[in-house]
Design a protein around this ligand. Structure first.
Ligand SMILES: [Zn+2]
Length: 589
């Protein structure tokens, strides 16, 4: 067995044979799945390793798990969610012997199928671990038709299971299979908010936990549970876009239980169904604590529940995927000991991610960092964070004022909206603090006039602000399925795309990895306006926007569109994405 695995691994980008032997020995000793252990350690290329294994074992390899031409319901009926999800067996194809009778197109290719010996009534099931005997036994016990075993990659099987059965379908099936559903059961556990996979028993609690866990796995920022007339729709917001989650077919039957469970978790009044309510959950998952803000809205179809998952993100400069020039500029800015660094852009342009990244980079034991935010979106270990509370007069300005007496090195103020806050921020900067904040303007240079319009003296702006950074988010092309494309020269000229570029352009494709959207994740594009000596002089002199911009460009300022075009040339996003987010400029605001 060990030799077989080593053999298959050698042709699959094996990193270290020694390590693999170690993993295999451990796995055998602990009687665990060798396949899972090998894949978990990421020592080999999953796809190639499993394909090699399938060849050695003479089990048919499934490259694509497209189910365009099959009936998902039939597959679900033949192989129940419990068997499929518990053992990770994916039914991929049923060679229905009766199909030709009611098949409209039976005439075409019907003979061909017969000649190929098709229509045999076998169910093709894909596994990634052919040595899992428990799974095989369960399959042969529960599935009433002959089985044709196939192999496919673990990733594709897991994805396939989810789209075929829906999140939490195994639990759901057991639930419908006739347990007493009673709302009292929802509250029986002591730690209502600890999500624990080991809970074997099927329950609404487990089902809701599966929905939450899946959302976390997908890096969702929001979950919406939306009752509709004939269905309970569940949607996640991933990378800023709403994605409908495949759910078990009859989930509507459990709607009130699911909603009640969520309300219990967030300490809401479950008897109150006619008024909107707000609450919070502190989820414990794998030792990590996640804050969830919960809001219920009564609709005509029932109560809708929205959950916002806070603190889901990890921050580091590398993740911002910066172009080299900007990377260096950011690093230089972070080495400053005083001054103001302002981020600009509309709501939802990713300013807070950049701010949190800066703070995370600066978060060391010898620096004291304090923030005033509205609200605190992510909790950062070791940083003192305060949320504004206007009702008790804890505003940005007041928070900032008291912080200055608390000996900080670095201060972050969620937003500068008024003269009072702006003045305190400047005082902080001039007395040796590094201050980060945001401004509601479209472009970097526009930040200058915004501060002046608030009533600040131009010389104070040029003396304290070190840089204005503007940003927008563009969708990132899915690297697996992006396709090459081209543009007419006239179009490229009209959007000022560099004429000397001869490399390829890409547009979106669609594949399983990106749920056919063609995009995966988002990417921030930036422009950084450093307050150079030349620019400082012009700001103090009160020169207009156009003159400031001209000077900035002379001093090396690259407008955002140029930065975005570099990302287009790298094939990370499309030309349209960059053009559309950089066109809605209200220059000089
Ligand atoms: Zn794709």
């Amino acid at each position: 067995m060990k030799d077989l695995f080593l053999d298959c691994a050698r042709n699959a980008a094996l990193e270290s044979e020694e390590k693999l032997v170690e993993v295999l020995d451990q796995s055998v000793f602990q009687q665990r799945s060798l396949v899972d252990d090998v894949l978990d350690t990421q020592l080999v290329d999953e796809e190639r390793f499993l394909e090699n294994l399938s060849k050695k074992l003479s089990i048919g390899w499934k490259e694509e798990l497209e189910r365009d031409d099959v009936k998902p319901r039939q597959l679900r009926e033949l192989c129940s969610a419990q068997v499929a999800l518990r053992h990770r067996l994916l039914p991929v194809y049923f060679d229905d012997p009766d199909a030709s009778e009611d098949d409209e197109f039976a005439g075409e290719g019907g003979e061909e199928r017969a000649a190929n010996g098709e229509g045999t009534g076998r169910l093709e099931i894909a596994t990634y671990d052919p040595f899992n005997l428990t799974a095989r036994q369960a399959a042969s016990q529960h599935i009433k038709v002959p089985i044709q075993w196939r192999m496919a990659s673990r990733t594709r099987i897991v994805e396939g299971l989810q789209s075929l059965y829906g999140v939490g379908a195994d639990t759901f099936e057991q639930l419908l299979a006739g347990r007493d559903l009673n709302e009292d059961l929802l509250d029986m556990r002591e730690d209502v908010n600890v999500i624990d996979d080991d809970d074997e028993e099927a329950s609404v609690v487990k089902f809701v936990n599966q929905i939450l866990r899946e959302a976390l796995d997908q890096r969702a920022t929001d979950i919406h549970v939306e009752p509709q007339k004939n269905q309970l729709r569940i949607r996640y917001r991933v990378d800023g876009k709403l994605v409908e989650v495949p759910v078990p077919e009859n989930i509507k039957a459990l709607q009130s239980m699911v909603v009640a469970r969520l309300k219990i978790m967030s300490n809401l009044d479950i008897a109150e169904r006619r008024l909107p309510q707000d609450g919070r959950i502190n989820l414990q998952i794998e030792g990590k604590s996640i804050d969830v803000r919960v809001a219920t809205i009564p609709t005509v179809e029932g109560e809708q529940v929205s959950l916002r998952l806070l603190g889901q993100e990890q921050f580091n400069l590398k993740k911002l995927n910066l172009g080299t020039g900007i990377n260096e500029q950011f690093r230089n800015l972070l080495e400053l000991s005083n001054g103001i660094i302002l981020l600009t852009g509309p709501t939802g342009c990713g300013k807070s991610t950049t701010l949190y990244t800066f703070l995370t980079e600066l978060n060391k034991s010898e620096t004291r960092i304090v923030t005033v935010e509205d609200p605190v979106e992510n909790k950062l270990e070791g940083i003192l964070q305060v949320a504004v509370k206007p009702e008790i007069n804890l505003t940005f300005a007041n928070g900032l004022r008291s912080f200055l007496r608390a000996d900080p090195d670095i201060i972050m103020v969620g937003e500068i909206r008024d003269l009072e806050t702006a003045e305190i921020a400047i005082r902080a900067a001039l007395t040796g603090h590094l201050v980060f904040s945001t401004l509601h303007t479209n472009d970097a240079i526009g930040g200058i006039s915004r501060l002046v319009d608030m009533g600040l003296e131009p010389f104070l702006v040029s003396a304290s602000v070190r840089a204005f950074i503007a940003q927008r988010l563009v969708r990132k092309l899915c690297p697996t399925c992006r396709v090459e494309t081209s543009y007419k020269p006239e179009y490229l000229r009209s959007v000022d795309f560099p004429a000397d570029y001869t490399g390829p352009f890409y547009e979106k494709g669609g594949c399983q990895a990106c749920r056919n959207s063609g995009y995966r994740g988002r990417l921030a594009i930036y422009e950084v306006c450093m307050l150079t000596a030349g620019l400082q002089e012009m700001v103090t002199a009160g020169r207009p926007y156009s003159a400031l911009k001209e000077q900035a460009i002379k001093d090396g300022f690259l407008p955002m569109r140029g930065y975005g075009y570099a990302k287009v040339m790298e094939g990370q996003t499309t030309l349209e994405e960059v053009v559309s987010v950089t066109t809605t400029e209200m220059e000089g605001t």
